[in-house]
Ligand binder design. Structure first.
Ligand SMILES: Nc1ncnc2c1ncn2[C@@H]1O[C@H](COP(=O)(O)OP(=O)(O)O)[C@@H](O)[C@H]1O
Ligand SMILES: Nc1ccn([C@@H]2O[C@H](COP(=O)(O)OP(=O)(O)O)[C@@H](O)[C@H]2O)c(=O)n1
Length: 214
């Protein structure tokens, strides 16, 4: 079974996807971490992240694997390097490059073949797995998402600049020529603004149990 979750930054996709994966014993895949990893590896090589064809070359040079939801290069977990300011600044732009999207999507489909998986992203329910057994779209107001992100890293940027970056990333994600963030047909739409994590998880689990006939 494929459970696909889309939604904007800070809405709770990773948190809930991990909870569902644990509860149902499903494999967990975060498509955003592929785009983050390629952005990181490219910048790490001292190359320009705005030169998108060259980012694709970098991507083709590395073999990424996923170990318990963590992205690894040559077996080394690089998850800690993926949430830096540099990566945050460029990843939405890098991920708008259609050939890179195709490259990432192929890998997501290959990894998910014949397994039970919960996968999250921006175009997972619309482009990558339009036939997923369960499609979810999580939403929340930008102010609520910025507050959550701010609380995640209170030592980092102030609330106002977190909110500005969220709004900017929303704009890029919603206006991508290919793979733009949108609510898929037939998706379970959940506004998480006033729900606890447990309540969101319950709604998704209940949809999974219904599909399984449990
Ligand atoms: N329903 C919720 N209520 C309160 N906090 C939440 C909720 N869902 C997620 N969070 C918190 O918000 C932050 C961002 O969640 P995350 O799962 O990283 O979002 P995303 O993967 O969509 O960017 C995390 O600190 C998480 O614990
Ligand atoms: N399927 C996906 C997943 C992520 N992305 C992009 O990659 C960025 C980082 O993804 P992420 O899942 O780590 O984002 P957060 O919402 O966790 O900050 C997003 O802002 C999107 O621009 C995408 O274009 N398509």
């Amino acid at each position: 079974m494929v459970v696909a979750i889309d939604g904007p930054a800070g809405v709770g996709k990773s948190t809930i996807a991990k909870m569902i994966a644990q509860e149902c014993n499903f494999y967990y895949l975060n498509s955003g971490s592929f785009y983050r990893a390629y952005t990181y590896l490219h910048v790490q090589e001292g190359k320009d992240p705005m030169d998108f064809p060259s980012v694709l070359q970098t991507a083709k040079h590395y073999v990424l694997t996923v170990d318990e939801g963590h992205i690894c290069v040559d077996g080394k977990n690089i998850e800690d390097q993926l949430h830096t300011r540099d990566v945050d600044r460029y990843v939405a732009k890098v991920s708008a490059y259609p050939p890179l999207r195709e490259f990432v999507n192929e890998q997501l489909r290959r990894i998910s073949k014949d397994i039970d998986v919960v996968v999250e992203g921006r175009d997972i329910t619309t482009v990558v797995f339009p036939d997923a057994e369960l499609k979810c779209y999580f939403d929340a107001k930008p102010e609520v998402r910025a507050e959550r992100r701010y609380k995640q890293h209170p030592e980092g940027q102030d609330y106002e600049s977190v909110l500005r970056e969220i709004i900017e990333r929303d704009h890029i994600d919603r206006t991508k020529p290919v793979g733009a963030l949108q609510v898929a047909q037939g998706a379970l739409y959940i506004d998480t603004s006033y729900l606890t994590m447990g309540q969101v998880c319950e709604k998704v689990l209940s949809a999974i149990f219904t599909l399984k006939g449990e």
